[in-house]
Every structure is written in C-alpha cells, then in structure tokens.
Design a protein around this ligand. Sequence first.
Ligand code: ZN
Length: 383
Amino acid sequence: MIGSCGEARLQDTAAALAKEREQKEIAEKKFLDVQVRKHSGGHGACWQYEMDGHWHPFSAEGNDQMQQAYLAFIDDEHNCRWANVVAGGVRRMVDFRDMTQTNVDTGKRRAIRVVTGVPLQWESAPAALLTQRDDLRSVYVEVNDASLAEVVNRLLRSSGHAWDVSTECCHMKKATVKSIHRIENYQLWQRYQARLRAMREDRAKYNLQSEPAALDLDGREGVMTESQPYLDCGEPLARDVDEKILLHGTSWDNADSIVMHGFDNRTCMRGMYGDGTYFAGAACKSHQYSCAYQCKWSSTCLCVCERTLIIARVALGDAYYASETRYGARRPPNRIGSKSTHGSVVVNPGPVKGHKQPVQVHQEFVIFDREQAYPAFVVQYWP
Ligand SMILES: [Zn+2]
C-alpha cells in the first residue's frame, strides 16, 4: 500500500522523468536540426550511409552531389542508375536502384538512404517528395483510417460548446466526417521546419521561458487536449516552441490554396486581434468560417453545404495573451523590455476591452508569420 508520502514521492519521480524525457527530446531535435542544416544544403534532404549498424550523414559537399545525381536519376527512368560521387577525397560508385555505394579504391559496399525529415505517417516516397511540383493531387493523400475518423468526429461534435442548445454552437452536435486528407507538401513542411528553427534560436537568444498555452478553455471536456497526439502524423509536437494542433475553418477552394502555398494572412479578413491568421481550439468556432457560400451570416449561418476544416500544426512560441482588441495590428506586441515581438497572440474566453459583445466566447490563436503553421489535414464534413 502506498501512503500519501509514497504517492508524493511517486509524483516527484514521474515529474522528474517527464522533465528528463522532454530535455532529451529537445536535445535530439536540436541534434537532428543541426545535421539536416549542415548537410542538406537548400533542399532539406539528408543522404546517409550505413556503417557498423549506424547511419552516418555525408559531408555537405557529398550530400549535394548525391542529391543532384539522384534527381537526375529519378527525373528520367532511362537514366543511368549509377553515379560517380567524389567527396572528401573518396571516390564512390553509387547505385540508386539498389541504394548502395561502393568505394572505388577499396571495393567496400555500403547501404545508403535519403532522409527527408517528414512525419512518419506520410506515405509519399522520398523520390516523389523531392520532385513534387505545383500539383494538388500530389499533396492530398486520402486517409481511410477508422480510428482517425473517430478522433476527428469527436473533435467536431464535442469540442467547445456543441452541448449548449442555447447557442449556435450546438449545430456541431451531429457533424459527420465525409473525408480526411493528409497534406504531404514537402516544400511547405520544410519552410515550416525552418521557421521552427528560427523560433528555437529566438528562444535561446532571449532566454524565453513561457509556459505552453492551455487548450479547451471554451469547452467542458478536454477534447482538443486529448486529440493532440492522434493528429501529429507521427511527428511529435515540439514543446519548446509550443506547437499545437488547432483548427481553421474555410471553404474547399481556399483549402486548395492553403495546402499548396500555406496560410497567408495577407489575404485574410481583418480581425479583432490583428491582421493575422486565426485558429480556433473548438470546432464550433472554426465552423463559423466554413460556409462554402461565404454568406454574411457566418456566425449563425445554417446554409446546407459541405464544410471544410483544416487541422493545422501551429507554433505559438511565447504567446501574448490579449485582454484588449487589436484592430489593424500587423504583428504581436513586443515582449516586455524588448524590441522583439511575442510569438503569437492568444485570446482566452472572458472580458476583452473593446469587444462588441460583453465577453470573448471562444478561444482564439493568431499568428502573423505565414510560415508558422502547417496544414496537416483537410477534413470535409456535413454539419
Ligand atoms: Zn462554441
């Protein structure tokens, strides 16, 4: 039997373990970042060879040569499968069909691979990602996974105020998922990762110590919080930049533009908390922006049409918590005593100075940098 003292000790140990795990994750992430940056040049792909049971990266020079030779190989199937790569004084004969390399001088043969650094669950092959063009079909990957559909259904029906029949939010109670597409846009993913690295550098430079933002403040169940790990595509959310899974309601046509080119706040409507891109922590909020007819009754609209929800990864960084409206603002406010700006603006439910209603009902998250979010899934649903 564990007494209260024992329980406290257990909790301490669990907290210490969680802390240690987090630090280890951050260190690993940093190490991988450095490797990818050092070796991948501009294209983001990291070529590696196998030695003694471990994968080792090529030098930057070797990596560039491997990449160019590989692109030439996959560009044309009649191309020669072999390439000569000379880097660091070592001559290698590379075979892209077998994915091996042979040291020309010693005859030693080793396995090679290319690491693109995309989430584990992405299905597109490296060759497809590296040669991706502006083609919608190559970035929409339909997901037929009953357990994922269940997570998304719950998110639609139970996040926020869907239970409250006195509000419009209750329209979400019967929402049903029609389709889910995972977005596998390599270039967009790389731009997003580059932004995350810049935010990490900022965090170190300004010694930022912010706590992660809380979710579900406009719901009575912890639906968003609980859904987070199921929607990360196998790439754990980065805690050091407060990466979150959040929702963005839009039309199907707009979704096409977002999955191709990312979220663009320059084309967004002017909002109460600045001219940024807005995300919600509850589906009853994102639903207000999902009317395909874009009718002027957006917040109370009952138009019968298929709706679109983008489930996005959003890096909040050190958020500024707004308790006043910020019409026309083009970026988050400065950090206290600094000329640098906060990572994002978060508005929690409650009284807000300048708000046209007495209180802010839904939680909202606003970013002002177009690279700071990635559209992970596009969902079509019936309200
Ligand atoms: Zn609501």
